[in-house]
Design a protein around this ligand. Structure first.
Ligand code: SF4
Length: 267
């Protein structure tokens, strides 16, 4: 089996949700504009480092979705997002704080790490490069609001960054946050992941895989309303047996029905 950070974190959040997604093939429909825009924006960033015209690439990529009836957050629209994107790309070029040598090799870097029992762990790193001259693992994020910077050291607890440090062996990690707000802003956040954190993450991966392989997928909805994790879970319709909700939020991988017998395992 090939595992990823998304799989591990989904199982830790709710094993039932893991089963729905990875065993039964229920995927979230792509309905959120912000998620698709983020992907288009990252393609444009790749063009910037290859010395192509990033704004033209953003228009082309995001243009393919102009007439799709996505869910836009309050105040957002196709036009507004593309203008914010272009603004952010110019701002990023002016800052000139990130250097990526050999972008073909160092953008969207595929990393594969062997695990016990013939399993493997797969990660795609957004970029390997330098932030202000420090060699780092770099992650791009597009968001509508700033990332918190306090208390100091908060970023070092981000499990995805710990994962990237673990799989690359590189202690310095950076997140470049492209904030789409009234006055677009870029945050250059960085932290260092310790050897202890990397080892701990490796142990977490192994123990989680042991639990997955045991075939137990109890529901784990988190804490009580109103912070209940079910409220934002794409699989809520399945747990509530609510067909309209299933159809609006989910799509099933072709052929996944063959695994429906799994539902009998722990119900
Ligand atoms: S709705 Fe709640 S219990 Fe059901 S899969 Fe999602 S998080 Fe788990």
């Amino acid at each position: 089996m090939i595992y990823s950070h998304t799989q591990i974190s989904q199982f830790l959040r709710c094993p039932r949700s893991y089963r729905y997604r990875y065993l039964e093939g229920w995927r979230e429909r792509e309905t959120r504009a912000a998620m698709v825009f983020g992907r288009c924006f990252e393609t444009a960033l790749g063009a910037y480092f290859r010395r192509e015209d990033p704004s033209a690439v953003l228009f082309k990529e995001w243009g393919a979705y102009r007439d799709i009836p996505f869910e836009y957050k309050k105040g957002d629209s196709w036009d507004r997002m593309v203008h914010q994107g272009v603004h952010l790309l110019h701002h990023f070029a002016q800052d000139n704080r990130i250097q990526i040598r050999r972008p073909k090799k160092n953008l969207q870097v595929k990393m594969l790490r062997p695990l016990p029992n013939g399993n493997e762990f797969l990660a795609y790193i957004d970029a390997l490069g330098e932030l202000d001259g420090t060699h780092s693992v770099i992650d791009w994020k597009t968001t509508a609001s700033r990332y918190p910077e306090e208390p100091e050291g908060l970023l070092s607890l981000d499990p995805q960054l710990v994962c990237y440090s673990w799989i690359t062996g590189i202690p310095d990690v950076a997140v470049v946050v492209f904030v789409r707000k009234q006055q677009p802003e870029i945050q250059y956040l960085r932290t260092t992941i310790s050897e202890d954190q990397r080892q701990e993450y490796g142990r977490l991966v192994e123990t989680t895989i042991t639990q997955i392989e045991a075939g137990q997928f109890p529901s784990h909805s988190g804490i009580r309303f109103p912070q209940n994790g079910c409220v934002s879970c794409a699989h809520l319709g399945l747990c509530l047996n609510n067909q309209p909700l299933i159809e609006s939020k989910l799509i099933r991988r072709p052929g996944a029905e063959d695994l429906d017998w799994l539902a009998d395992l722990d119900d």
